[in-house]
Write a protein that binds this ligand. Structure first.
Ligand code: SF4
Ligand code: SF4
Length: 277
């Protein structure tokens, strides 16, 4: 199976941004191409975010999840608590309704698994057998310890993450044949899914947002990224100093118009914005 991050060679422009961004020097350069060294990488995702060409790409489970749904399988979502930051103002009930529109059987919050994990941590503490206990639900941190501080591995709590615990709980509850999809912010979760059997697939918030938008499910997005707004929104309300500066949609949904309003430009008619340059 391919490593989770791959470099699209045709897109790489040798700018070294990913190399500078990597905190662990896990990107090699050769033949005018940057390449992630799988053995050294902890999947923190910074190079994917930093590459201006989109050349560093994370694997996507989206096609696999869509196939599961299209095949009529029972697909359950485990949604990370950070959905509140990714979908500001959207309640879990609303997000759950959107997921059902996409074909998910049901959605639950990963926090359900966190309660079980917390009990395990408490049990380890009470047991008192481990001198130090490193607790984390972050697979990138686990990889950091395993690859760079192997002496600390015995101090990692032998407890699965809330995501894995929750997906296992759902399989116990609804049957082992269901498919579980963890939805969260982090590409490292894909590694965790590959290593175990509890999580069948991982969706990132951006992938979910794009999928919802393509299916015409209404989602309110708060973003300062013009390109993201253009990609996923039908209509944008642009604020300047907290006040509504203007509204764009349709053919006017372009970076020039959005930036004009976002930097305090007067809110002329969309036509005027187009013709002033
Ligand atoms: S940031 Fe992107 S374009 Fe620049 S060197 Fe890395 S992969 Fe190539
Ligand atoms: S994911 Fe993080 S650790 Fe891995 S190569 Fe990219 S920046 Fe470095």
């Amino acid at each position: 199976m391919d490593f989770i991050i791959t470099t699209q060679k045709a897109n790489c422009r040798n700018c070294y941004k990913c190399i500078r961004a990597c905190p662990l020097k896990a990107i090699a350069f050769g033949d005018d191409q940057a390449r992630v060294v799988a053995e050294d990488c902890i999947l923190c995702g910074r190079c994917v975010q930093e590459c201006p060409q989109g050349a560093q790409q994370a694997a996507s489970d989206l096609p696999a999840v869509r196939r599961m749904v299209a095949a009529g399988l029972k697909v359950y979502a485990s949604v990370a608590p950070s959905y509140q930051a990714a979908f500001p103002g959207v309640s879990f009930a609303q997000l759950s309704a959107g997921l059902k529109r996409l074909g998910f059987t049901a959605a639950e919050e990963t926090a359900i698994g966190a309660t079980q994990v917390s009990r395990e941590y408490a049990r380890l503490l009470a047991e008192g057998k481990m001198e130090n206990i490193i607790t984390t639900c972050c697979p990138a941190l686990v990889l950091l310890v395993e690859k760079y501080y192997p002496a600390l591995v015995p101090q990692l709590a032998p407890v699965v993450s809330p995501a894995a615990a929750h997906c296992r709980m759902m399989k116990n509850m609804f049957g082992n044949r269901i498919k579980t999809v963890f939805i969260g912010p982090c590409i490292a979760k894909q590694q965790e899914a590959r290593e175990g059997t509890a999580i069948n697939a991982v969706l990132l918030y951006g992938e979910l947002r794009d999928w919802l938008a393509r299916e015409g499910v209404a989602v309110v997005v708060l973003s300062s990224e013009a390109q993201e707004i253009i990609r996923v929104c039908d209509r944008a309300l642009v604020l300047y100093h907290g006040a509504l500066q203007g509204e764009v949609s349709g053919a006017d949904m372009n970076e020039q118009t959005i930036m004009h309003l976002a930097t305090g430009g007067a809110a002329p008619s969309a036509q005027a914005i187009h013709t002033e340059e």
